[in-house]
Design a protein around this ligand. Sequence first.
Ligand SMILES: CC(C)(COP(=O)(O)OP(=O)(O)OC[C@H]1O[C@@H](n2cnc3c(N)ncnc32)[C@H](O)[C@@H]1OP(=O)(O)O)[C@@H](O)C(=O)NCCC(=O)NCCS
Length: 165
Amino acid sequence: MAVVERLPKIKPFNWRDHGSRVLQFQYEVYERNFPGFRVTQAFLADYERQLRQAIRNPFEGLWVLEEEGALVGFVWAAIMATLVDERLGYVKNVYTAPVARGKGYGARLLAVAEDWMRSLGCPRAALDVTAENETAMALYRRSGYRIKRYRMEKELTGVEEDGLL
Ligand SMILES: CC(C)(COP(=O)(O)OP(=O)(O)OC[C@H]1O[C@@H](n2cnc3c(N)ncnc32)[C@H](O)[C@@H]1OP(=O)(O)O)[C@@H](O)C(=O)NCCC(=O)NCCS
């Protein structure tokens, strides 16, 4: 009889075993966080290209979380250099499947990404979150993140549909 793994496990992401499921996660991530945006096949193809590149980049870290053999979580982080931060850890994406929420898995995925950032000498971690995404903000606050900057946006009127110059 096959032994079913009950404890959740965090593993490095690989395209063959995890790629298609992680792409499916992006519908909720992007459509929820960017109201009005629709995930298309072209978007997924682009995302796939970025994932495949990230796997080969030592400054990108990607992990999945498995529970009872099912892939239910994903986190993607990167080490960035900016004009004011020589090494900044940046969380690009964190996701847990609806069935696996509220069990501390989001916090565990963040902690794995942060350990990796520390191991590469990052004194600070950052992320962006949509202001209306209260669930995600609660997770980040509980994990120690604080608001340091606001990003302000404005709808520009009078732009043609295709918007090209
Ligand atoms: C945001 C998101 C990653 C949170 O994931 P999660 O796995 O539910 O996160 P956690 O379980 O660590 O924390 C969520 C809640 O569970 C509670 N919790 C944590 N550990 C728990 C445990 N062992 N038992 C019971 N509840 C627990 C936390 O207190 C928290 O509650 P709060 O929000 O009231 O503070 C998830 O909702 C998600 O993937 N959303 C869609 C994608 C998205 O928007 N991602 C963020 C992009 S910026």
